[in-house]
Write a protein that binds this ligand. Structure first.
Ligand code: TRP
Length: 362
């Protein structure tokens, strides 16, 4: 059997550079590698609702934003099935059965659930749906018999949980489900791109994101206001790279060719870093370079997004078709799951026959 990808994002906002380096870029490369038999990219609206129950409008508004970002980045509906989670009700049914295979204490130990509960101040008022979303994510992945799940490292605990469910299901019932493998970003910087304020993570609520759909002016403004080294006051002062967001972004995005094009007095990033640390290199110059580097890849994305924005009904139609394809795929797995669990009563001739015999003894 060929390899299958399933991955996705919660539609709680437009996608940003953190999404790009953390997973989008890789997805597009994988899509175009030709190595995968099937690729499913899911807009996880139902999962987003687990902690936005009172704000469905936010989710509704952001589905199209995420779809546009996907298309703009080069996800191609001819090669990848793009779909909306809530339009595949089979996922709910799978989740319901998987719930019997997971303990409450196991969920409580899930590090992502733990930290998100803290982050959102849920503490004692955790919605059950939110608490159990690792189970629903296992359903997302296994419904498509995904072999490969390209995501950021924050999703590792979800994948662990999924694997446990797969093993448990296959041992209790029958070998139906496929154990997926996580595919993490290739390098450390891409694992977790900090926000423009230097904080650990780009996050909409912190207002420290550069969005893929930001205008040229917005990007420039954000880059020029980025966090660097607060002790690097005069140009002559030696600068520090530690926690310096501008250099972290350069680690993630700059190549030697960028230096040739925009900053030929340096051969590569190492030379620039050395100069910064010695002193005599101002932040503004480094930020201008970063802006040029970012513009080079954001400009084509922005242009493609604009094109798709001119034909919104076609984007919705594409999502609808994708959701139908996804649904058919999930339904196939669900049939096997039901058979393995022996809840396929009406298809089970042997069951019916055995009852005929049981009740017709004399
Ligand atoms: N939890 C993922 C996120 O927050 C989104 C997601 C939902 C997902 N279901 C998935 C990712 C299945 C990979 C596979 O980004």
């Amino acid at each position: 059997m060929g390899k299958v990808i399933l991955t996705g994002d919660r539609p709680t906002g437009r996608l940003h550079l953190g999404h790009y380096v953390g997973s989008l870029k890789r997805r597009v490369e994988l899509q175009n590698s030709g190595e995968f038999e099937k690729i499913f990219i899911m807009i996880a609206d139902a999962q987003a609702l687990t902690d936005n129950a009172d704000n469905p409008e936010k989710i509704r508004q952001n589905i199209i934003e995420v779809a546009l970002d996907y298309l703009a980045c080069g996800l191609d509906p001819e090669k990848s099935t793009l779909f909306i989670q809530s339009q595949v009700p089979e996922l709910c049914e799978l989740s319901f059965y998987y719930m019997n295979l997971v303990t409450v204490s196991r969920l409580q130990r899930n590090p992502t659930v733990k930290s998100e509960i803290q982050l959102r101040n849920f503490e004692t008022s955790i919605p059950v749906g939110f608490f159990t979303y690792p189970i629903s994510q296992a359903a997302d992945i296994t419904a498509f018999k995904a072999t490969t799940v390209p995501v950021g490292e924050d999703q590792l605990p979800m994948l662990e949980q999924t694997k446990e469910i797969v093993r448990k299901f296959n041992s209790v019932y029958d070998e139906v489900l496929v154990e997926p493998e996580i595919l993490l970003p290739k390098n450390q910087v891409c694992m977790r791109l900090p926000g423009t304020d230097g904080k650990a993570k780009m996050s909409k609520s912190l207002g420290n994101c550069i969005y893929l759909s930001d205008t040229k002016e917005e990007v420039k403004k954000k880059v020029m206001a980025m966090f660097t080294d607060p002790n690097h006051i005069k140009i002559e002062d030696p600068g520090s790279l530690e926690g310096n967001a501008v250099f972290t972004y350069l680690d993630a995005f700059a190549s030697d060719e960028h230096f040739e094009r925009y900053l030929p007095e340096y051969k590569n990033l190492q030379e620039l870093k050395d100069h910064y640390q010695r002193g005599g290199l101002g932040d503004v110059k480094v930020k201008r370079f970063l802006n040029a580097v970012l513009e080079e890849f954001l400009e084509p994305i922005r242009t493609r997004r604009k094109e798709y924005e001119q034909n919104i009904p076609a984007v919705y139609e594409m999502l609808k078709k994708g959701s139908q394809v996804a649904r058919a795929e999930a339904a196939k797995t669900l049939d096997e799951v039901r058979a393995a669990m022996k809840i396929n009563y009406f298809d089970d001739e042997a069951l019916i026959q055995s009852h005929v015999e049981k009740f017709n003894q004399n």
